[in-house]
Design a protein. Structure first.
Length: 318
């Protein structure tokens, strides 16, 4: 009986911790992670990989790795699709998820569109109870216990957007299904996310300032908000600063190579008491971008060489 109570309590606590949505320094570069309605909203096909090591140096701190691929179906503007793979380790728990994505976009006016998306998926939870450290080291209740469970999951969201603004909202664990271990259950609470931002253009549209905010809520945790101010120059370089309520401040920056590869880095510094036990949170992101019906790099180089030769011939004739 005592063993069952201890294990049941641990599972409830650990699954509650592991189901928390990953927090990222640059939530806009990882917008597809938060919202399935993003798929199809950009005239691009994007494959990205992100790695986040939270609270570096803190034993059992969260480590997350995820990869996505998403775009428009047959280059249409209305239909978006995608696939995601997520692996998250948090203390004694590890969960892995595979998701498929479908989105549909409506044209509300000449400039404003609305996207609706759904992301069904399959999750596997593993709890390594033998790693738990009890006050009584002689207690063998948890020895050899590795529990695993599978669960179906659904995320949904909307994306209202135009050239100069965006508002998006999503719900994770839409049906709040229970994770069923062999003899123990733990419920998945709904997680709500709302993101909004506005784009200000300066210097003949070469400089862009983008203030944005993200709201996160999961019962019974208090509402958390993250604000970010991002500056982008020439659609290539960017730097952003963030503040997460009662949690951390951060910075992120990156570079886009020929509109095809984007590399970003983010760093968070905790503002809570945990900062004395860790050295900050780090994340690395890389995206590979293709645009439908766009020339390849070789074709672009050939076109550039042709243009240069035409200019030389024109100057020679003059």
């Amino acid at each position: 009986m005592r063993s069952a109570l201890i294990i049941s309590f641990l599972i409830s606590c650990l699954v509650a911790m592991s189901q928390q949505q990953m927090v990222t320094t640059n939530f806009l570069m990882n917008d597809y992670y938060y919202n399935p309605a993003i798929a199809g909203s950009k005239d691009k096909h994007i494959a990205n990989i992100a790695y986040r090591n939270q609270w570096t140096g803190f034993q059992g701190a969260p480590v997350t790795l995820f990869g996505n691929f998403y775009g428009s179906y047959k280059n249409e503007e209305k239909i978006g699709y995608g696939v995601s793979l997520v692996s998250d380790r948090n203390g004694l728990t590890q969960n892995t998820g595979l998701y498929l994505n479908y989105a549909y976009h409506f044209k509300l006016s000449e400039k404003v569109k609305l996207g609706l998306g759904v992301k069904p998926g399959y999750m596997q939870y593993r709890v390594k109870l033998y790693d738990a450290q009890l006050a009584d080291e002689g207690d063998e209740v948890l020895t050899g216990n590795v529990l695993s469970a599978n669960a179906l999951d659904v995320q949904s969201g909307f994306h209202l957007y135009a050239e100069n603004f965006f508002i998006m909202g999503a719900v994770k664990h839409l049906f709040g299904k229970a994770v069923q271990f062999t003899s123990y259950n733990a419920n998945l609470a709904k997680h709500y996310t709302l993101i909004g931002g506005y784009n200000f253009l300066f210097e003949k549209k070469k400089l862009e300032l983008q203030p944005s905010i993200m709201l996160n809520y999961v019962e019974p945790v208090p509402l958390q908000w993250t604000g970010m101010l991002k500056a982008t120059y020439d659609d290539k370089w960017w730097v952003g600063i963030t503040y997460r309520s009662q949690d951390a401040a951060g910075i992120n920056f990156g570079y886009c190579i020929k509109d095809r590869i984007t590399i970003g880095y983010g760093f968070d510094y905790s503002l809570t008491g945990i900062r004395q036990y860790q050295s900050g949170s780090h994340e690395i992101m890389i995206s590979f971008i293709t645009t439908p019906n766009r020339p390849t790099l070789d074709e672009e180089d050939e076109e550039l060489n042709k243009s240069i030769m035409d200019d030389l011939k024109k100057k020679t004739n003059d």
